[in-house]
Design a protein around this ligand. Structure first.
Ligand SMILES: *Cc1c(COP(=O)(O)O)cnc(C)c1O
Length: 406
């Protein structure tokens, strides 16, 4: 079947909760993807930063297939030989003392919220059902009904109420606003070190340091959602390392499963995660042996291939190249490591049109909102591939996408 038939079928039988570019991928390796027609593209989205290790990393594929032929799932009713080792290795990697495995990012965020609330009642002594969590406007933490309850994006929430109470919104990047929003009922602050989905919004220097201080002074948990920014993406193993702080609760997902299997986790001290008792929380697939084996190998690869350092160096190269593009429509180039974005002025051309143009030039990227194109290639990308990409991006961005080229 050709691309058009496959797209039509997806449109006819699948709900339209996404608006993909009109391209059908059937194979990928490393940073490259091939369409069903055999055309080759450079992946500069990495499945929203999940594919940090590149597609089908051979070591990961071999661990996946070995484990798949041995043991895939036990449920948590029994132990597996993988979970304990994964838990230990992830705690060692992050410097945390306890972890709780789930599958998707949203589930890990939900887990963090529940653990903060239990901590509020058991440890902080907040009256039952009164705990508040402070979040930031323009956040993206996932799609469950509780999580969209504290979204500020109308599209994510409008028809999905009634909502879960107990969340307070303040402007992102404004530490003082968080200090002001704290009440005796506040148990936690939940933030992204960089707001990825909002368009790679980077807070002012010192923001996380300030939040750390404010949370300490008020006995409030600092919970960082590093689902997109973590595991090397931003040029350090975790984005919070740029500010020399440590969160109380760390939320991971996306790249944790090596981009091959959904794996997420919440990490914290025993004081927080140790409060869960059997039956209070869980997931049938969370921490299954296949997931654990993939995540263990993904961690090994991230460390062995020095992916955070690569992201730092190649991110600078990418950003410098993007800054050289001459198009008055470009408002700003920003990023940290290999999480970068080009923002355009609002005008006759929108980011989506630029993405179409990029696609015709062999680059797959996706707009976030009307005006921003995000570039987040796999962290295994080489210098030469970055330069190749810059060439193609320059061609696509220097031309006016309203000119009818193809
Ligand atoms: C992608 C993402 C999530 C949600 O992860 P899912 O696996 O899609 O549920 C949560 N937080 C951030 C910062 C993300 O980028």
């Amino acid at each position: 079947m050709d691309s058009n038939q496959l797209i039509n079928m997806a449109d006819l039988f699948g709900a339209h909760n996404y608006k993909p570019l009109p391209i059908v991928i059937s194979r990928a390796l490393g940073v490259w993807m091939w369409s069903v027609e055999g055309e080759k593209y450079l992946d500069m989205l990495s499945a929203y930063s999940a594919v940090s290790l590149g597609h089908c990393h051979p070591d990961l594929v071999s661990v996946l297939s070995d484990q798949a032929s041995k043991l895939c799932i036990t449920s948590r009713a029994f132990h597996s030989d993988q979970l304990g080792q994964f838990a230990k290795e992830l705690c060692e990697l992050t410097g945390m003392t306890m972890m709780l495995p789930m599958n998707t990012g949203a589930e890990a965020v939900e887990t963090a919220i529940k653990s903060a609330r239990k901590w509020a009642y058991i440890k902080k002594g907040i009256d039952l059902d009164q705990a508040e969590i402070i979040c930031c406007r323009n956040n993206f933490h996932g799609r469950t009904t509780t999580i969209v309850s504290f979204s500020s994006d109308d599209l994510c929430r409008k028809y999905f109420g009634p909502f879960t109470p107990g969340f307070v919104l303040v402007d992102y990047g404004d530490a003082e606003a968080i200090a002001k929003a704290i009440t005796p009922q506040t148990c936690a602050v939940l933030v992204e070190p960089i707001q990825g989905e909002a368009g790679v919004l980077i807070p002012p220097n010192g923001y996380l340091k300030e939040l750390r201080r404010i949370c300490d002074e008020n006995n409030v948990l600092l919970m960082l959602d590093e689902i997109q920014t973590g595991l090397g993406r931003c040029g350090k193993l975790f984005a919070y390392e740029h500010e020399d702080i440590v969160p109380d609760v760390l939320i991971l997902g996306k790249a944790l499963g090596g981009g091959i299997y959904p794996v997420s986790a919440v990490l914290a001290s025993e004081d927080i995660l140790g409060l869960f008792t059997p039956g209070e929380h869980g997931s049938t697939f969370g921490g299954n042996p296949l997931a654990c084996a993939c995540a263990r190998e993904a961690i090994k690869i991230i460390v062995r291939e020095k992916l955070p350092q690569r992201a730092q160096e190649l991110g600078e190269r990418l950003q410098n190249g993007l800054r050289k593009i001459n198009n008055p429509q470009i408002k700003e180039v920003r990023g940290k490591g290999l999480l970068t974005a080009v923002e355009f002025h609002t005008g006759k051309t929108n980011a989506r049109q630029y993405c179409h143009r990029l696609m015709k030039n062999g680059i797959l990227a996706k707009e976030t909102h009307e005006t921003t194109v995000r570039f987040a290639p796999p962290l295994v990308i080489t210098e030469d591939e970055i330069d190749w990409a810059l060439d193609r991006i320059t061609q696509a961005f220097q031309a006016d996408p309203n000119d009818s080229v193809g």
